[in-house]
Design a protein around this ligand. Sequence first.
Ligand SMILES: NC(=O)C1=CN([C@@H]2O[C@H](COP(=O)(O)OP(=O)(O)OC[C@H]3O[C@@H](n4cnc5c(N)ncnc54)[C@H](OP(=O)(O)O)[C@@H]3O)[C@@H](O)[C@H]2O)C=CC1
Ligand SMILES: O=C(O)C1=N[C@H](C(=O)O)C[C@H](O)C1
Length: 252
Amino acid sequence: MTRIIMHGCNGKMGQVISSLVAENDQVTIVAGIDPYMGIENPYPVFETPEQCHVKADVIIDFSNANAVDAILDYSAKTSIPIVVCTTGLSEDQVAHLKAISEKVAVLFSANMSLGINLLISLAQKATKILTDANFDIEIIEKHHNQKVDAPSGTALAIADGINYTLDHTYNYKYDRSAERIKRPKKEIGIHAIRGGTIVGEHDVIFAGEDEIIEINHKAMSKRIFAVGAVNAARFLDGKPAGLYNMGDLMTF
Ligand SMILES: NC(=O)C1=CN([C@@H]2O[C@H](COP(=O)(O)OP(=O)(O)OC[C@H]3O[C@@H](n4cnc5c(N)ncnc54)[C@H](OP(=O)(O)O)[C@@H]3O)[C@@H](O)[C@H]2O)C=CC1
Ligand SMILES: O=C(O)C1=N[C@H](C(=O)O)C[C@H](O)C1
């Protein structure tokens, strides 16, 4: 049985994970951490990590970028492995996460779904062939109107996956309105749309001369992220220090 501390337990993802864990006898939530106290949970909830002295095997974090440094410090101090799912982290926060992974197991992924992790692998396979054939790459992401970070962590992870296969030679372009120039070749355009209750959609567009290839993923519910996060927590339980990602749970 994997004992979980749910960081951000009273948020949208925290509540989806709480429901999922209630149906699964291989995992249990032993404590939650969230400054918002307006929800009844079947486990104790603490406002800050420092107040939580509950024994656990793994922390799952779906919170807010501002809250991530404190939970990383808590993970390092208590030696409890952590699954970091929060997006919008700064470069310093990513460095922080890498630094603590020398002491404790850390799994970091901007998207816990099977589909997006496969999409990244497919996009990487398409990239070399299509950029050699002069195709341009653009990414469009669409999310609900409650999302605070843009572009999505997933859009950036897709771009990073593509750029890895291009030896990091391409630049990211978020806004074309400031300049009057033709599109440079070594560029990945990344565009964010926000509206209504869109769960999460990502389109990778390879646009060539007279032909277009698109790879799309549509999340139909938040449950797919929760399933991935719980699988990741079970995977991380008992793992040695190190930096892991969803690729360590899936082979394509
Ligand atoms: N990796 C993935 O697959 C996915 C990642 N995400 C990411 O996860 C994050 C959370 O998403 P979502 O659940 O929709 O967002 P919500 O805003 O619904 O939930 C975040 C929760 O974290 C709480 N919180 C804020 N500050 C702290 C703190 N200091 N300590 C603990 N909890 C805190 C919020 O409280 P309050 O409301 O009071 O601020 C809220 O209850 C986002 O960054 C999102 O992009 C989302 C889905 C999938
Ligand atoms: O905020 C969300 O909802 C989501 N955020 C993640 C991201 O920024 O990529 C993952 C998913 O698309 C949902």
